[in-house]
Design a protein around this ligand. Structure first.
Ligand SMILES: NC(=O)c1ccc[n+]([C@@H]2O[C@H](COP(=O)([O-])OP(=O)(O)OC[C@H]3O[C@@H](n4cnc5c(N)ncnc54)[C@H](OP(=O)(O)O)[C@@H]3O)[C@@H](O)[C@H]2O)c1
Length: 259
C-alpha cells in the first residue's frame, strides 16, 4: 500500500494528509464512492451532519472490511445545532462507530465564534467520543477569540484552499500555532489546464490534478478531494510516486497572484 504522510494531532490521532471528501454525494452514489475510496487505499473520510450521508459513509466503512482503527473519520456539527450532543450521538450512530477522529464546528454564524458549542466539543473529546476537535471556515482572528475565551485551541482548521487561494501568511500562521490547515475544494478552485501545472505534470508524467494534490502534501496541508468517478477516485490517491521540489512548489504558489 502506498504511504500517505500524516499529521499528528494533540489527541493522539494521526491524520492522513490525503482524505476523501463526500459533499454532494448521497445514497448509493455516496456508498459506492466511499467503498471505492477505501478499496484503493484512502484511510481518511470527510463528512458532515449537513451532507446527509453519514449513514452511507458508515455502511461503506462497515462493508469495506477495513478495521475502524485504520480509518480517520471526520464529521462536522452545524453551528446552530439545537442539541449538539444529540447531533454527535446521531452522527456516531449513523457512522456505526463509538467515536470520530475529528469533530469540527462547520462554520461561524452571526458574528459568534461559538464558545458554548466549543465547550460541547471539548466535552466530547474528554468523553472519548471525538479523539480531536477543531473548526472549519474560521479566520485566525476568530480562532484567537475562541482560544482566548476557552483556553483550548482547535487541532485543525478546515478552510477553502488551493494554489489560487494560497496565502503564505495564513499558512505560516496555522503552522506557528500548531493548527493543521486542512484545505477543501482544491479541484473546484483550480484550472486543470493551467500551463504551469501542465508543465510540472508533464515533467513527472502525472496529471495536473495529481500535481495539485501533491502540492498540498509537500506543503504539509491536508487535501480532501471529492469524486464520484471511480477512475478519478483512484487517480487522486495515486500521488505517492513523485514529489515536488522547492522551485516547483514556489511556481504553483505563484498561481495565487496570476489571477
Ligand atoms: N468545511 C466546509 O465548509 C467544506 C466546504 C466544501 C467542501 N468541503 C469538503 O471538501 C471536500 C472537497 O471539496 P468539494 O467537494 O467542494 O470540491 P473538490 O474536491 O475540489 O472538487 C470536486 C469536483 O472535482 C471533480 N474531480 C474530482 N477529481 C477530479 C480529477 N482528477 N480531475 C478532474 N476533476 C475532478 C469532481 O467530479 P466527479 O465527482 O464528477 O468526478 C467534482 O466535480 C468536500 O467533498 C467536503 O468533504 C468542506
Amino acid at each position: 500500500m502506498t504511504q500517505i504522510p500524516a499529521a499528528n494531532l494533540p489527541g493522539g490521532g494521526s491524520m492522513p494528509l490525503l482524505g476523501f471528501g463526500t459533499w454532494q454525494i448521497k445514497g448509493q452514489q455516496c456508498y459506492d464512492a466511499v467503498r471505492t475510496a477505501l478499496d484503493v487505499g484512502y484511510r481518511h473520510i470527510d463528512t458532515a451532519t449537513v451532507y446527509r450521508n453519514e449513514d452511507q459513509v458508515g455502511r461503506a466503512l462497515a462493508d469495506s472490511g477495513v478495521p475502524r482503527d485504520q480509518v480517520f473519520v471526520t464529521t462536522k456539527v452545524p453551528p446552530k445545532a439545537s442539541d449538539p450532543r444529540q447531533t454527535l450521538d446521531a452522527s456516531l450512530q449513523q457512522l456505526g462507530t463509538d467515536h470520530v477522529d475529528l469533530w469540527l464546528i462547520h462554520w461561524t454564524e452571526g458574528g459568534s465564534v461559538h464558545e458554548d458549542l466549543w465547550q460541547v466539543l471539548l466535552e466530547a473529546k474528554k468523553a472519548g467520543k471525538a479523539r480531536d476537535v477543531g473548526v472549519s471556515n474560521y479566520s485566525p482572528d476568530q480562532i484567537d477569540r475562541l482560544t482566548g475565551a476557552t483556553g483550548q485551541q482547535p487541532a485543525v482548521n478546515q478552510i477553502e484552499w488551493a494554489p489560487t487561494l494560497y496565502d503564505e501568511e495564513l499558512a505560516r500562521w496555522h503552522e506557528r500555532q500548531g493548527i493543521v490547515l486542512e484545505g477543501y475544494s482544491a479541484l473546484k478552485n483550480t484550472n486543470l489546464d493551467d500551463p504551469v501545472l501542465r508543465e510540472i505534470a508533464d515533467a513527472h508524467g502525472v496529471t495536473t490534478a495529481q500535481v495539485l494534490l501533491r502540492w498540498h502534501l509537500d506543503h504539509g496541508f491536508v487535501a480532501i478531494p471529492k469524486s464520484a468517478t471511480p477512475e478519478r477516485i483512484a487517480a487522486n490517491f495515486a500521488i505517492t510516486g513523485f514529489g515536488l521540489d522547492e522551485q516547483e512548489l514556489a511556481r504553483i504558489d505563484g498561481l495565487a497572484s496570476d489571477g
